[in-house]
Design a protein around this ligand. Structure first.
Ligand SMILES: Cc1ncc(COP(=O)(O)O)c(C=O)c1O
Length: 437
C-alpha cells in the first residue's frame, strides 16, 4: 500500500461533479479535443492538482511541460496581478510596452550564442517554428526546410507538415506544405546512424543550395524523449556551415531549464543560429519566441512578422518572473536533481519489469520505453496506455510519447519535492504491478 501524503483518490474517476462537466463537454466541445485526464481540475499548486470532487493528483505532466516553476508560483501570480491593474492588451506593434522589450533583453542574455542577438515573440510553439522558417527563408532567400524523423513541431499547416507522426496529427489534413525534407535522427536504442548517413540522405532529397533551414529538436520530445549522441548537433552545425543554411533548434519542449541548462543545445558542443522557445517560458500563459543571431532575426522586411496577441503583456510579465525565479532560486540545478531522482526510480523499475526496454533522458526530461520483448523490441503501446491510466486512477499523471505511443515520460515542475517524487513513483510501481498482474 502507498503511504499517501500528497495524493487522495476518494471517488471513482470521473467523480460526480466532473462527470456533470464532461456531459456538457460531450454536447458542446468539438470531439477531436479528446481529453487525457478523467477529471476536471478545480485548483492547483506546485505539482499538485485537485479536481472538482476533491481528488488530489501528483502531476508529472506539468501542464505538458509548461510549468517549470510549478502551478501558480507566487512571483508569477504577483506579477500578473500587478499587470492586470495597469493594462491588458494593446498589440505590441501598435502601441508598444516595456515588458516585451525587457523580456527580449532577458532572453538574449540567457542565450549562449556569440555576437549580437535579438528576439521576437508569438503565441504558440507552432507559431515560433513557422516564424523561424520565415526568418531563415528571408535571410537565405532559399526555400527548402530540413526536418527529422520523430520530430514534433506543432499543428499549423507548415508545422504539421514538419511533424513526423501521421496519426493523429496529419490524418485527413493534406495537402501539406511543399519543400519539407525529412532526415534520419539518431535513435540509439533502435538504430545507430552516422553523420555521413544524414548527409547522404540530405543530398539524395534536395540540392543543398536550395536549403534555407534545418529545424531540429536537441532532445526529441513528443517523438519519444530521444537524446542524441554527442556528435549529432555539432555535425549538424558543420552541415549548416558547409551548405550555407540556417540551423534552428526547436527548444519548445526542452528549453527554459528543463534539461538543467537554459537551453538543451548547451549540453552539446555547438551553437545554433535560431532557437524556438515556448511552453515553460510563461508558466502556461500563451507565449512563444524566436531568439537568435541579430543579422538573421533582422532579415524579414518591416511588419512581415508579428500578430495581434503576439507577446501579450501578461505573458511577458509572467515570463520575466519565470526566468528570474529560475536564476534566483537555482531551479535549473533543481531540474537536474529531479531528473536524477526520477531516472534512478525508473532504472529500479527496469530491473524489476522486463517490459521496460530503455530508460533515458537529459535533466528533468526523463522517459522509459516499453516493449513486449526486450530482444525484438516490439513497441508496447497498449500496455503503456494501460499503465498510464492505472497510475492516473491511483493519483499520478504521467504523459505518454513516441511515434508508437510506447514511451512513458515526465515533464514535471522542478519545484516537486523528493517526497512527492517518491510517492508518485510508488504509484507508478503499483500501476505496473496491477497491470502486469
Ligand atoms: C518541440 C515542440 N515544438 C513545437 C511544439 C508545438 O507547440 P504548440 O502546441 O504550443 O503549438 C511542441 C509541442 O508539444 C513541441 O514539443
Amino acid at each position: 500500500m502507498i503511504d499517501r501524503q500528497f495524493t487522495r483518490i476518494q471517488t471513482a474517476l470521473p467523480g460526480p461533479k466532473s462527470a456533470d462537466v464532461f456531459a456538457l463537454k460531450e454536447t458542446y466541445v468539438a470531439s477531436p479535443l479528446e481529453t487525457y485526464a478523467p477529471f476536471i481540475v478545480k485548483q492547483a499548486q506546485g505539482a499538485i492538482i485537485e479536481d472538482l470532487d476533491g481528488n488530489r493528483f501528483l502531476d508529472f505532466s506539468g501542464g505538458w511541460g509548461c510549468l517549470a516553476v510549478g502551478q501558480r508560483h507566487e512571483r508569477v501570480v504577483a506579477a500578473l496581478r500587478e499587470q492586470i491593474d495597469h493594462y491588458l492588451h494593446t498589440d505590441f506593434t501598435a502601441v508598444p510596452y516595456a515588458p516585451f522589450i525587457e523580456l527580449a533583453q532577458k532572453l538574449c542574455e540567457h542565450t549562449a550564442i556569440d555576437g549580437p542577438k535579438k528576439a521576437a515573440f508569438f503565441n504558440s510553439g507552432a507559431e515560433a517554428v513557422e516564424n523561424a522558417v520565415k526568418i531563415a527563408r528571408a535571410y537565405t532567400k532559399r526555400k527548402a526546410v530540413l526536418v527529422f524523423e520523430n520530430a514534433f513541431h506543432g499543428r499549423t499547416l507548415l508545422a504539421m507538415t514538419m511533424t513526423h507522426k501521421a496519426k493523429p496529427y496529419k490524418y485527413g489534413f493534406g495537402p501539406f506544405a511543399s519543400d519539407v525534407y525529412r532526415l534520419p535522427y539518431p535513435y540509439e536504442y533502435r538504430k545507430s546512424i552516422t553523420a555521413d548517413d544524414i548527409e547522404r540522405s540530405l543530398l539524395s532529397l534536395v540540392d543543398p543550395s536550395e536549403v534555407a533551414v534545418m529545424v531540429v529538436e536537441p532532445v526529441i520530445g513528443e517523438g519519444g524523449f530521444l537524446v542524441p549522441p554527442a556528435w549529432f548537433l555539432p555535425a549538424m552545425r558543420k552541415l549548416a556551415d558547409k551548405y550555407g543554411f540556417v540551423l534552428a533548434v526547436d527548444e519548445v519542449q526542452s528549453g527554459v531549464g528543463r534539461t538543467g541548462k537554459f537551453f538543451a543545445y548547451e549540453h552539446f558542443d555547438m551553437q545554433p543560429d535560431l532557437i524556438c522557445v515556448a511552453k515553460s517560458l510563461a508558466s502556461g500563459l500563451p507565449l512563444s519566441g524566436v531568439v537568435g543571431k541579430a543579422k538573421i532575426m533582422d532579415a524579414p522586411i518591416a511588419s512581415a512578422i508579428g500578430g495581434t496577441y503576439a507577446g501579450n503583456p501578461l505573458a511577458c510579465r509572467a515570463a520575466l518572473e519565470v526566468i528570474r525565479t529560475l536564476d534566483e532560486e537555482d531551479l535549473m540545478a533543481q531540474a537536474t536533481r529531479v531528473g536524477h531522482r526520477i531516472k534512478s526510480h525508473f532504472q529500479r523499475l527496469a530491473e524489476k519489469y522486463d517490459v521496460i526496454g530503455d530508460v533515458r533522458g537529459l535533466g528533468a526530461m526523463v522517459g522509459m520505453e516499453l516493449v513486449t520483448d526486450r530482444v525484438t523490441k516490439e513497441p508496447a503501446k497498449e500496455l503503456t496506455g494501460k499503465i498510464a491510466r492505472a497510475a492516473m486512477h491511483n493519483g499520478a499523471i504521467f504523459p505518454t510519447a513516441g511515434l508508437q505511443g510506447n514511451v512513458l515520460r515526465v515533464l514535471v515542475s522542478f519545484v516537486i519535492t523528493d517526497e512527492q517524487i517518491d510517492e508518485g513513483m510508488n504509484i507508478l510501481e503499483e500501476a505496473f504491478e496491477n497491470v502486469l498482474g
